[in-house]
Design a protein around this ligand. Structure first.
Ligand SMILES: Nc1ncnc2c1ncn2[C@@H]1O[C@H](COP(=O)(O)OP(=O)(O)OP(=O)(O)O)[C@@H](O)[C@H]1O
Length: 578
């Protein structure tokens, strides 16, 4: 559990003070039965009121001290555990933000939410318990055993016997609980994932009328969670009464043996009462320890899940290297790449091409041919297995990742908008952009025209994910956001698919005239879009099957000709798309 070492250093002083308070509080508790025995045996038995009052006051004073220590440890433990939780959540979130793509693919988002909320809460609860009772239970238990042995070595045999049996029950129940609690956490993940998926696809569910199936899916996950939780509770439910019964039998045996010893004048009645008191304290401590172990077991499962996040692979940082970043060209040199969590087949295979500053490159090919993968590789979301991607003839593995990504603006295939104004959504691409720059980008992306028709123009609020915009409008805002970043390379990943041909042609023209030096990489399914580019790369199954101008490809590339003929038919000029 390495997170505990890490955070312990930060909070060691309040932690040590709290634990010291717990220790002194336990000492105060331990003194009480011995004083009580003296009150009975020295005061009550011999009718000495002065002794009863003196020892009674002493007992009261010790109780008051104990209460002060308890209050101090409660305040400190709440503060430390809450601060610990804040730090832990921040660190887990910061880790998630910097996840590599491989880590993102590995852990479902529903599970990440559970880890960030439920699992961290579990850890907070554990830290709180640790400071409040964890140290008290062993001190009380050990202290009570020692004092009980001093009071009556003979009665202690019965006590040892009971302690051994109860301890064995604790160990068995702990072992049985661990696997069950780990399963509960995964069942919570499942419930979160089902809800999250439903919320993402809420309109699709409505359109297909799949309410029942979704409810069934949720009911299934919910029932599974309930079963797993019940199963984990059952262990405690079975063991708790058995342990209580053992303790009660132990107390009954001590009372019986104590009465025999008393009748033989081997023990005084006050000592028997104090012994029972210590025995009760020992058993209370053992039950406390059981509870602590139950929390510990759950926390162990939660800690492992948090550690899995904290130890996940981070995004590449690249090498801090000062190189000339004035963009000259981007090239793929014999690049091969397969997704680490994929089928093993390369998504990009021995790919070589180059695009220079100011050029427009269109990438076309059947679905699943590796077009989007190519953009991820340019941004170094994944590392290539073979070959190299070069930025200005420098292998991108040798560059600082942030600087590389600063040079590339992306309008993704699926427009992602945030809750906020239109202005904020465009300025997200460059927080320092002026109002004029935002409007210029919106004009080039053909977004200004519909933004002007919105009630508050650029200050109009967009709902979650741009819910109050059409698909084409979202795409144009997404393009404006990429443009405002002012990077020398602009990647448009099939992000004009929802635009009509005329608007798309206007967007293309707007992009070109906005910055003639910009290198534009357009991923597209439309031959009309590809035809407008300086160069066209044709991909099929991750392999380059054509590279050149429209006319060159019509002559040399069967795949390209096939796409062309399927979309434009016999009209070899393709005028309608120009
Ligand atoms: N995260 C991933 N993990 C594993 N395999 C993936 C992942 N993303 C894509 N793939 C696989 O890589 C291949 C190329 O996918 P990619 O998304 O690059 O194709 P594409 O040409 O952009 O397709 P489309 O035109 O449909 O968007 C596909 O076979 C796909 O199944």
């Amino acid at each position: 559990m390495d997170i505990y070492n890490y955070y312990f250093n930060k909070y060691k002083f309040p932690f040590i003070i709290a634990v010291s308070c717990v220790f002194f509080e336990a000492m105060c508790d331990l003194l009480q039965p011995t004083i009580m025995a003296r009150i009975i045996d020295e005061g009550v038995k011999s009718s000495r009121v002065d002794i009863v009052i003196r020892l009674g006051l002493l007992m009261l004073m010790i109780t008051a001290f104990g209460a002060c220590f308890a209050a101090a440890r409660n305040i400190l433990s709440s503060k430390v555990s809450q601060n610990f939780g804040v730090d832990l959540r921040c660190d887990v979130f910061s880790k998630i933000i910097h996840f590599s793509e491989v880590s993102t693919d590995k852990i479902e988002s529903g599970s990440l939410i559970t880890r960030l909320t439920n699992d961290t809460s579990q850890v907070i609860q554990f830290i709180n318990g640790l400071m409040r009772i964890f140290f008290k239970a062993p001190v009380t238990c050990l202290g009570s055993i020692i004092l009980a042995v001093i009071l009556s070595p003979k009665l202690s045999f019965i006590m040892f016997f009971v302690v051994v049996i109860v301890s064995a029950f604790i160990i068995i129940s702990m072992k049985m609980s661990y696997i069950r609690f780990a399963k509960v956490q995964y069942a919570i993940d499942k419930v979160n994932t089902v809800v999250q998926e439903y919320l993402l696809g809420i309109r699709l569910v409505k359109a297909f009328g799949r309410y029942e199936e979704e409810e069934e899916k949720f009911d299934g996950a919910n029932a599974d969670l309930s079963d797993k939780s019940a199963s984990s509770q059952l262990v405690i439910a079975y063991f708790s009464p058995v342990m209580s019964l053992t303790v009660s039998l132990g107390i009954a045996s001590i009372l019986y043996t104590g009465s025999v010893l008393f009748s033989n004048s081997e023990i005084e009645v006050g000592k028997v009462a104090a012994f029972i008191n210590y025995m009760t304290q020992i058993m209370a401590s053992l039950i406390m320890i059981t509870n602590i172990f139950n929390i510990f077991v759950r926390t162990k499962a939660s800690t492992e899940r948090i550690n899995e996040v904290l130890n996940s692979e981070e995004d590449f940082k690249g090498v801090k290297q000062t190189i000339k970043y004035d963009f000259e060209g981007l090239s793929f040199n014999d690049v091969t790449f397969a997704y680490p969590n994929g089928s093993g087949m390369p998504a990009i295979n021995n790919l070589t091409f180059k695009v220079d500053r100011g050029e427009t490159l269109a990438i076309i090919g059947p679905t699943g041919s590796g077009k989007t993968t190519l953009t991820w590789l340019c941004l170094r979301f994944y590392d290539v297995e073979k070959g190299a991607i070069c930025f200005n003839n420098n292998d991108i593995k040798m560059l600082d990742c942030n600087t590389l990504r600063d040079n590339i603006a992306l309008a993704p295939q699926k427009s992602m908008l945030f809750t906020g104004t239109v202005f904020e959504n465009i300025a997200w691409g460059n927080p320092n952009a002026s109002k004029e720059e935002i409007i210029k980008a919106a004009l080039a992306a053909q977004a200004d025209e519909f933004i002007q028709r919105m009630p508050n123009r650029y200050e109009s609020i967009l709902g979650r994910g741009g819910v109050n915009l059409s698909g084409g409008q979202k795409q144009r805002i997404s393009i404006a956001r990429a443009l405002v970043k002012k990077s020398p390379v602009l990647i448009l990943d099939d992000c004009t698919s929802a635009l009509d041909a005329v608007t798309e042609a206007k967007v293309r023209l707007g992009l070109k005239t906005a910055d003639t030096e910009k290198t534009i990489i357009m991923i597209t399914q439309r031959i009309g879009t590809a035809m407008s580019a300086d160069k066209i790369l044709v991909l099929d199954n991750g392999v380059k099957v054509g590279f050149g101008s429209h006319n060159e490809l019509l002559d040399s590339c069967d795949t390209y000709r096939g796409i062309f003929e399927s979309q434009i038919g016999g009209n070899l000029n393709g005028d309608i798309y120009e």
